[in-house]
Design a protein. Sequence first.
Length: 153
Amino acid sequence: MSEAEVVEQLVEFTNILLAGVSVFFTVVGAYVTALNYFIGQATFIARLMAFLFITVTMGMLAIVMVGAQFTQQGLIARLRELDQTDGLSAAGRAVLANAAPGMAIGGGASLDDVVRFALWTTAGLVYAALAWMTFVHKWKSEIVPVQITTQGS
């Protein structure tokens, strides 16, 4: 692959990453809504089945993200190869800088490492919160019954 193709793929990777984050929060939002309206009051077996469903869904997203992570690391490795043989343009050097240790806040980690850490930590914490909300939290129905009356009867 040429440098231009690698840089193009890495830029497109950012769009794919954002789409994955969007799908993740859509799935989590739908599950929390379902918890509020019916899963929270369901039997243990129904809550377990709902949680297994969200586990499978999040597991599939995690597998896709691991694959994307390997692809991104391969593209970075290709940029490093190109840098050692032909040198890189300013665009290639800028993309490669994201993977360079010490570029992120705090010194030792690369910007790519920080993004990966934030994604996996957030996913883990959200999954733990969903487990707590599914099995521990006591959901109370906040639906207020409405009664229609007529005046002057």
